[in-house]
Design a protein. Structure first.
Length: 261
């Protein structure tokens, strides 16, 4: 939740506002790591940051919004970190491997924290989910990085696949993120190897997509995710409706909200 804009602000005022917001976010990240996400309250964050509770809520409407601030920060840092490799490399495998390993580098200090809040982020109904509407900005930024990966490569990318491949590449990055969360090897070495091998496999797949016979398969995979994956689907069924249990009347089942299978 950005600060309210009640009128023009001076550069000094904006700087102070940004500093306060950053302080609250940094304090929250530290307490989440030390105490766990569930056991950290907004009051505790405000007290540690040296601001009033009202001031903390002025910048962030709740703990979920603090996590969104964390997502946005990681996305912004990642965009900066990948500039060098994207400016230097034209080989698709090298570009993608550089993007994935840069994400692992940036995320490294937050590994234990990520483990703690994963149980919340894994809930499809949670605003902390990377597929939630609240995560849309960070998600779009991440997909944009993969668009840049494809845009600057010497590998020929079929025009009909340019819009869908970045989303599939981002989903592969989410798979890497999940593996990284559970990776206990020193320095997350297996995650780095997975990033490099995944980049190699993806580059080969994109290169093969120049053959028309394989393009429908790529589109089918993309449609599979957009039809069924929360956060990407264009038309999710009503979550308040569910199939009736054996012997249960349909009207009664419709009145009992349940998560989709």
């Amino acid at each position: 939740m950005p600060p309210k804009n009640d009128g023009p602000e001076t550069g000094a005022a904006r700087s102070k506002s940004e500093q306060t917001r950053a302080l609250i976010l940094e304090t929250a990240m530290r307490l989440f790591r030390e105490r766990g996400y569930d056991r950290t309250t907004m009051r505790a964050i405000a007290q540690e940051a040296g601001v009033s509770v009202g001031n903390a809520y002025y910048y962030f409407a709740g703990k979920e919004h603090l996590i969104q601030g964390f997502y946005d920060r990681i996305a912004a840092e990642h965009q900066v970190a990948v500039r060098e490799v994207l400016d230097r490399e034209t080989d698709l495998e090298a570009r993608l491997a550089g993007v994935l390993t840069a994400w692992l580098d940036i995320a490294a200090p937050y590994h234990e924290f990520a483990v703690q809040f994963f149980k919340n982020a894994a809930d499809p109904d949670s605003p902390l989910s990377p597929f939630s509407p609240e995560s849309e900005h960070a998600r779009a930024e991440a997909v944009g990085v993969h668009r840049a990966v494809l845009a600057g490569t010497r590998t020929k990318v079929p025009a009909e696949l340019r819009d869908i491949l970045p989303e599939l590449m981002w989903l592969a990055q989410m798979g890497l993120c999940l593996y990284w969360i559970f990776d206990r090897t020193e320095g997350r070495a297996r995650s780095y190897r997975l990033a490099e091998r995944g980049a190699r496999l993806t580059a080969r797949g994109v290169a093969l997509a120049r053959f028309r016979v394989l393009r429908p398969l790529v589109r089918e995979v993309h449609e599979l995710f957009t039809d069924f994956l929360p956060g990407m689907t264009k038309a999710l069924p009503d979550p308040a409706a569910r199939r009736p249990a054996p012997g249960e009347e349909p009207e009664r089942a419709a009145q009992s909200p349940s998560r989709l299978p």
